[in-house]
Design a protein around this ligand. Structure first.
Ligand SMILES: [Zn+2]
Length: 186
């Protein structure tokens, strides 16, 4: 897996309008792990793409009426089968973190890359998701020198009052073991 011009070569590109310039384009120093499923707890539909592209039909599900006007995005989504979608190039600011604070620094969207796993806090993630997440993170660490394996947070870590994703079933040790196994020293 490689990154060229801020795009992941193995990702299917689904451009989202929900992005803008980072205050400092060179300042990419945090990875944020999230989860999302639409409707909640259901996997495989087209709705995450639609939400991130402002095309979610409020009549398709009762929950969508609450969220269809949100302007949100992430850089990457890793679906249950391990396929990857990219909505925002990494040098641009995606809108995934909201009000947030990482080690005393606010507005984490400014300096982070947001990775969504298709999932929920109540269900384990798939083997394919761990494998592709580790591959994608490895490519990101190789491309952006401000990133490191020590600077990967959950959304719940940077917005603990509001968010609980990726949840207790996300296996951080497994991610770090996979990153170590990639045999690249950070
Ligand atoms: Zn989140």
């Amino acid at each position: 897996m490689k990154i060229q011009d801020h795009y992941l070569d193995q990702a299917h590109q689904v451009p989202s309008p929900n992005c803008d310039d980072r205050p400092d384009a060179q300042d990419i120093t945090l990875l944020v792990i999230h989860c999302i499923s639409l409707p909640p707890e259901q996997f495989g539909g087209p709705y995450i793409d639609q939400l991130f592209c402002n095309r979610l039909d409020p009549n398709a599900d009762p929950y969508f009426r609450e969220i269809h006007q949100l302007q949100v995005s992430a850089h990457l989504l890793i679906r249950r089968d391990g396929s990857i979608r990219q909505y925002v190039p990494f040098n641009r600011r995606a809108w995934h973190a909201g009000v947030s604070n990482y080690r005393g620094r606010e507005r984490c969207n400014d300096f982070s890359i947001g990775i969504e796993l298709e999932g929920s806090v109540t269900q384990a993630y798939t083997d394919a998701q761990y494998a592709k997440l580790a591959d994608a993170v490895t490519a990101l660490l190789a491309t952006y020198p401000g990133l490191s394996a020590q600077r990967i947070a959950g959304h719940s870590d940077i917005a603990p009052q509001r968010k609980e994703d990726p949840g207790p079933l996300f296996d951080w040790q497994r991610l770090h073991d996979l990153l170590n196994a990639s045999r690249i020293e950070w």
